[in-house]
Design a binder for this molecule. Structure first.
Ligand code: B12
Ligand code: SF4
Ligand code: SF4
Length: 322
């Protein structure tokens, strides 16, 4: 998440980032829908089951900005969807979208946490309104804090992103810390646990049709995924947020998920020949978790990468899943 660090100065004052900016128009998009993932297991965060919201909302905001410019309402504008160094949640709270849940997300009292945020930054002073503050709050509920699989919350409203499965499966580019892997269940892209348990999350209308479903999810199991080539990955995940994890990253996640599901021995053995060391290393871990030792030991003689050798040795030391 280096881009956030680099953009830190802009978070203080928007005009440090866009000197021409005068107002920010805030938009929310609902993505309430049933959970899903790869065929037979391998969960994917709901926002990523269909088309990429960055593109989808970005295009719509571009269109709106051009339209407002044609109408003489503004000169310059910038559409922002997630990937910009701005305090989207703070802006949403200020705009009256909802309240901040203990899971750190902005909750709409009527539709829960399943809301994406986006903005149109414009070079005109826009009429302000005083939003009515939402009446609801978390109260004494602690469901999200209690149910996080990796214990990523350091307290209410406070998260250590380095332990969050969303970070580990999407943003983390290297090795997933070994101690966290068994806690990740079969999440292969993102995690929704602290949203799923939220009592405010059940009220929204099903938005499945708006976002669609990526065909690759129904087509491939995690075992199939381990055999997908890089060009096929690029093609299958074109226009999907899942592409952000990268080929090696997603296959790494699939290995961890298979290890936790306790299946996929043959596919994992195949993955020990994968060209990416990251995949070979996590496949070795998963095989260890499945209790498959002899083929793992045989790899010690032919594995060239010291990082993978280290994983193999650690796997041989670990006991099979009990
Ligand atoms: C980095 C990031 C992550 C990180 C860290 C998340 C975190 N909770 O800190 C990781 C990768 C873990 C992550 C995960 C997810 N993310 Co995210 N993420 C972001 C991103 C890009 C930046 C957030 C950030 O660090 N901002 C900088 C810090 C400084 O701001 P801040 O945390 O808001 O804190 C400031 C203030 O708000 C205030 N503050 C902080 N805490 C508190 C508490 C109280 C009580 C008060 C009064 C003030 C206050 O002080 C801080 C300094 O000024 C935003 C998009 C964006 N550009 O904002 C999306 C965003 C927050 N993510 C989003 C989503 C949907 C998710 C996931 C659900 C995705 C998934 N299913 O896998 C998970 C949820 C995990 C969780 N429980 O948070 C949505 C949330 C929408 C919503 N309704 O709130 C956003 C807004 C993207 C979007 N455009 O829709 N994410
Ligand atoms: S997204 Fe998952 S791992 Fe991250 S804080 Fe929420 S429950 Fe925990
Ligand atoms: S699960 Fe409970 S504590 Fe967590 S955000 Fe929802 S209402 Fe708040």
């Amino acid at each position: 998440m280096q881009w956030l660090e680099e953009g830190r100065p802009a978070m203080g004052a928007l005009t440090d980032w866009k000197p021409w900016a005068r107002s920010s128009l805030l938009f929310t998009a609902s993505y309430s829908r049933p959970g899903g993932g790869f065929r037979g297991g391998g969960k994917v965060a709901r926002y990523a089951l269909g088309r990429d919201y960055h593109n989808h909302l970005g295009r719509r905001l571009q269109k709106l900005g051009r339209r407002l410019r044609e109408d003489g309402e503004l000169g310059r504008f910038r559409a922002v969807v997630d990937a910009a160094p701005v305090l989207e949640r703070e802006w949403a709270l200020e705009g009256g979208v909802g309240f901040r849940g203990k899971n750190t997300l902005v909750l709409d009292p009527a539709r829960g946490p399943w809301q994406l945020l986006a903005e149109l930054i414009v070079d005109r002073d826009w009429p302000r309104w005083t939003p009515t503050p939402p009446a609801a709050s978390c109260g004494s509920c602690t469901s999200c804090l209690d149910s996080c699989p990796t214990d990523a919350f350091t307290g209410p409203w406070s998260l250590d992103p380095r332990r969050c499965i969303s970070y580990l499966t999407i943003e983390c580019r290297g090795v997933i810390p070994r101690g966290l892997r068994p806690l990740m269940s079969d999440w292969v892209f993102g995690c929704d646990r602290c949203l799923e348990v939220c009592p405010f999350g059940t009220g929204g209308e099903d938005a499945s049709e708006t976002w669609g479903i990526l065909p690759a999810l129904g087509r491939w199991s995690l075992e199939d995924l381990l055999q997908v080539s890089e060009p096929d990955f690029d093609q299958a995940f074109e226009g999907s947020p899942i592409r952000r994890a990268g080929w090696a990253g997603l296959l790494r996640n699939a290995c961890v998920a298979l290890g936790n599901l306790g299946r996929g021995a043959e596919a994992l053995l195949g993955a020990t020949n994968h060209p990416e060391w990251l995949v070979r290393g996590h496949a070795a871990w998963a095989l260890g978790r499945l209790g498959i030792r002899a083929p793992l030991a045989a790899l010690l003689d032919r594995e060239p990468d010291p990082r993978v050798l280290e994983e193999i040795r650690a796997s041989l030391d670990q006991k099979g899943k009990s």
